[in-house]
Design a protein around this ligand. Structure first.
Ligand SMILES: *Cc1c(COP(=O)(O)O)cnc(C)c1O
Length: 402
């Protein structure tokens, strides 16, 4: 039986081979991708790096460097986001602060944010999880009002827009990721976009980074061939129980290379980028079908989109309101060959490495805990069959219908 992977980008082996092959020969794909992303984000500078985490760490280091106040060493992050975010903050020598989210929208809880003491804050970070834009205009305005930087984390949102503006392009700097489960992928990779006043310092930091390691590039290229092969439902069904592709893994991991992106991988990323709109159209159409099929199901709630949001759905999130029944829903979907996940297993306040870094008052994030306890993500990628939504809805209502 086939198995639909929880996330991923549908890529042909030919595209991988041609992309990497072109990348080994001298081309300007690296520079072209930087130019395209800068234009998209309406920022003067884009620089490609080894990962989204590496992007976040270097952006924060540049922010701290140009900040006139050495005492500002705190970075506000949403109470529910990727564990890499607090890891990247710690790696930059800074302190994460947790602010609760609104479980309806997944964006910051405006009331919790309004109560926050900004006196030692350097920057505030968005999340835009699953390709769904946060209240980015509000975060941008709040950052400006409080004299702090804003970092627009678009690791899962390349192509998403809010009122016509690209996610990743809000605030002072943004980042994109080309990791395995992101909008486009080369197994690892990331991009920084930055505007004034940060761009000059950002460029200095990037110039000081090591070049991509050849051994690492070869290893990632080999993994890319495996990924493109195994993501197909017929083969993923055979291998998905092996931890091989690491699509489901979530760990707090502070060790990662901070280097520039490889030219070969950039060439493959640039090829995928050229069809980003088509990739996102498939994901958005699949998400629309899931929403239609599941929104009538008792015991399930959908994420609420903000006005003006154009999401790209790297995955489709839904919430099993009675959290005790979530595990059985995910297991039933898994038995039906549908790669459902419980996303990040914990609110950041409940990740021991993070809890150890934040003041006690930050641990009270009920909205983030609710999301962690009720969320289920469903796949949206190009290998989803046309009847996925109907099948998923049948499985979910069988589990919750009584
Ligand atoms: C994946 C992710 C990152 C980190 O990107 P990597 O390329 O995996 O290092 C940062 N923030 C969010 C929200 C992510 O999903």
């Amino acid at each position: 039986m086939g198995y639909i992977a929880p996330a991923g980008t549908r890529i042909s082996l030919l595209e991988v081979l041609v992309g990497l092959g072109v990348g080994i020969a001298p081309t300007n794909a690296f520079d072209r991708l930087q130019d395209e992303l800068a234009t998209r984000a309406r920022k003067p500078l884009c620089r490609l790096v080894a990962s989204g985490r590496a992007a976040m760490t270097t952006i924060l280091q540049a922010m701290y460097e140009i900040s006139p106040d050495r005492g500002r060493n705190e970075v506000i992050v949403p109470g529910y986001t990727c564990y890499s975010v607090p890891a990247a903050i710690a790696r930059a020598g800074l302190k994460p602060r947790l602010c609760d989210i609104d479980p309806a929208t997944l964006s910051y809880d405006p009331a919790a944010l309004a109560r926050f003491d900004f006196s030692r804050v350097l920057a505030i970070v968005s999340a835009n999880l699953y390709g769904i834009p946060n209240a980015l205009h509000d975060i941008e305005a709040l950052a400006a009002r409080n004299g702090v930087f804003m970092l627009d984390d678009a690791a899962q949102s390349l192509g998403a827009r809010l009122n016509g503006r690209a996610v990743g392009g809000f605030g002072d700097a943004g980042l994109y990721s080309f990791d395995k489960g992101k909008n486009i992928t080369t197994i690892q990779g990331g991009a920084i976009v930055a505007g004034p006043p940060l761009a000059a310092a950002m460029e200095r930091h990037w110039q000081a980074l090591d070049a991509a390691s050849t051994v690492e590039t070869l290893s990632l290229s080999a993994k890319m061939l495996v990924y493109a092969t195994l993501l197909r439902p017929s083969l993923y069904g055979v291998v998905h129980r092996l931890p091989f592709l690491g699509l489901g893994r979530t760990a707090y991991e502070p060790r990662y290379p901070i280097a520039r992106y490889s030219r070969a991988l950039a060439s493959l990323a640039e090829r995928q980028y050229r069809r980003l709109d088509a990739i996102n159209a498939v994901r958005t159409a699949n998400a629309g079908r899931l929403r239609d099929a599941l929104s009538a199901t008792r015991g399930v709630r959908m994420a609420q989109l903000l006005p003006g949001a154009e999401p790209v759905y790297a995955r489709f999130p839904m919430f099993v309101t009675e959290s005790a029944r979530r595990a059985s829903v995910v297991e039933a979907l898994d038995r039906a060959g549908i790669g459902a996940t419980t996303s990040y297993p914990n609110a950041l306040a409940d990740v021991p490495e993070v809890a150890a870094m934040v003041p006690a008052q930050d641990l009270n994030t009920p909205g983030a805990r609710e999301v962690a306890n009720t969320i289920v993500t469903l796949p949206t990628h190009g290998y989803c069959p046309p009847d996925l939504a109907a099948r998923a809805a049948r499985v979910v209502s069988e589990q919750l219908g009584r």
